[in-house]
Write a protein that binds this ligand. Structure first.
Ligand code: GLN
Length: 483
């Protein structure tokens, strides 16, 4: 049996009925990585000892007749911006190339306590800045659905690992779309909970008011199971919400009759017709499932890219000030004095996109420009949030494309950062508003080359259970394979 293609529940059944051991499942994944990741390049580093030790613990629990948690023995990949104690955590950056994390992120700790098996750390855009994983300081990851194309980003390694069966599920981070967009590009499911639903403790900060940790999987149920495990209050993250966590798996009833599905009219205008066609079919499917389709408006969306790129760069410029060659990671070996050491360490350690963002962020926060850019962007952020709050008076969920374009060729957009930024249009609004969002497969583009299309579903703050119910009903009705 090929253990690498199974879902969480299938692996769980095999372990429980003793038809397979966690060690066998882990080894099957490590062997598959050895063979297939030469082409995909989703992992930056592996931790086979840690994985096999954990798998042995799970097998011992089975042998002792202990009840197994749903995630026990499940192989997981973790984006390399999330701390794993004793292992490299590079953030895809030369500046942290030799950095070993001194502690585990809360999400990692919760997964391991639930018996999950961490296989390794995945590639990403440097400090999660990008949409293609080409900004990694090490190498680009390839899209397993078409190796000549990007897997999306910034969590492209995690998405590619799950899509290529190199892990059952994965953790990524999403600041402006970095879980949802690579899910769409790699034809899998990825979710960002409400801001504060999952602890950020141990997530290396990019833009703290926008950063999230969230799951990738090949089914909505797998994503729900991971979210269930990692969500919930954490005293180590003061922005983490103290609200109780709903029963996400219990919410997957398949019944969404009467759900009001909002479709923002301005989102579909001017959209690539191939993507638009698939999204329309997805919306029609909701109609067939007994939902009410309601046209809505999110009028401030046109300001979202500007607003997001001001706020995220401002926060990044402050967060990345800590990489000074003294406290973390790389230090330039040759320098004249302290100031020169700072300058050279940062200049050699950071890549072009990170430097661009530090400069933009420093500019928008500088005296004289703060009011015109940063303060204005904060006000626009409030207006964007208000658009959603008003829309959710009339609808239960909102459906949009995840990305305006299908996965593009490696190298195609590297010289045009603005084009890359503009493609974040459908994901950054939810990030700014702090609401939860999921991306689910929505068929393939009709003409050749046939490429994955992702549909994004958004819900109100802390309404993850309903969001997952809707996504799961869509999956059960065949939505992933719409054509
Ligand atoms: N593509 C967006 C950016 O480059 C989102 C990144 C993210 O969510 N980490 O900022």
């Amino acid at each position: 049996m090929d253990f690498t293609t199974l879902t969480i529940s299938q692996i769980h059944e095999l372990l429980k009925s003793r038809q397979a051991t966690a060690v066998e499942i882990t080894q099957a994944h490590l062997a598959h990585i050895e063979q297939k990741d030469k082409d995909v390049r989703s992992y930056l580093s592996l931790c086979p000892e840690r994985a096999l030790e954990q798998a042995k613990r799970v097998d011992a629990a089975v042998a002792a007749g202990e009840a197994l948690a749903p995630l026990a023995g499940i192989p997981v990949a973790v984006k390399d911006v999330i701390m794993t104690r004793g292992h490299h955590t590079t953030c895809g950056s030369h500046i942290l190339e030799n950095f070993v994390a001194p502690y585990d992120a809360t999400a990692v700790q919760r997964l391991e306590r639930a018996g999950a098996v961490i296989l390794g750390k995945t590639n990403c855009d440097e400090f999660a800045m990008g949409s293609s994983t080409e900004n990694s300081s090490f190498f680009p990851t390839h899209n397993p659905r078409d190796l000549t194309r990007v897997p999306g980003g910034s969590s492209g390694g995690s998405a590619a690992a799950v899509a290529a069966n190199l892990a059952t599920v994965a953790l990524g981070s999403d600041t402006g779309g970095s879980i949802r967009q690579p899910s769409a590009f790699c034809d899998i499911v990825g979710m960002m909970g409400t801001y504060g639903r999952v602890s950020r403790y141990g997530l290396v900060a990019f833009a703290s008011s926008l950063d999230h940790i969230g799951p990738f999987g090949r089914s909505v149920r797998d994503v729900a199971l991971v979210l269930q495990t990692i969500a919930g209050n954490d005293p180590l993250d003061s922005t983490c919400a103290a609200l109780p966590v709903d029963d996400y798996v219990g919410a997957l009833t398949g019944d969404i009759r009467g759900t009001r599905v909002g479709v923002p009219t301005e989102y579909l205008n001017g959209l690539n017709p191939e993507i638009r066609g698939n999204i329309q079919k997805g919306i029609d499917l909701f109609g067939k499932l007994g939902c009410e389709i309601v046209p809505i408006s999110l009028p401030h969306t046109e300001y979202a890219i500007g607003c997001y790129y001001i706020i995220c760069t401002a926060e990044a410029s402050a967060n990345l000030a800590r990489y000074d060659g003294v406290r973390y990671g790389f230090r330039s070996p040759q320098h004249d004095d302290l100031r020169d050491m700072y300058r050279k360490s940062r200049n050699l350690g950071f890549g072009a996109e990170v430097k661009r963002r530090i400069m933009l962020g420093t500019y928008v926060l500088s005296s004289g420009y703060y009011d015109a850019y940063y303060l204005k962007a904060q006000k626009v952020r409030t207006l964007i949030t208000r658009d959603f709050v008003e829309a959710f008076d009339e609808v239960d969920v909102i459906v949009t494309p995840t990305s305006p374009i299908p996965p593009f060729k490696l190298g195609e957009k590297m010289d045009d950062p603005l084009q890359m930024y503009l493609a974040d249009i459908y994901t950054v609004t939810a990030s700014l508003a702090g609401i939860p969002g999921i991306s689910v497969p929505c068929g393939k583009t009709p003409s050749e080359p046939s490429l994955p299309v992702g549909m994004q579903i958004l819900a109100k703050h802390f309404d993850e259970a309903n969001l997952l119910r809707v996504a799961d009903a869509y999956e059960k009705a065949g939505g992933f394979k719409i054509s």
